[in-house]
Design a protein. Sequence first.
Length: 76
Amino acid sequence: MIEQAVPVAIALVTGGAVMFNRVHSRVNVLDRRIDNLELRVVESFVPKSEFVAAMVRMEEHMVRIESKLDTIAQKK
């Protein structure tokens, strides 16, 4: 009986180790892919300071356009 249990136990431990290794390698691959995606996302987005500066410039242009429209409206 013990002669049969030892190979079964060894097979179970080996099978568990193989499955653990496969899951571990897939998690590592997924982790690397997520890291690469995060890096690409960060590279393609505009920093908040640049966005704020662009919005300030846009607002200044809009104020100039509004003042020109006001002068045109006052002439009529």
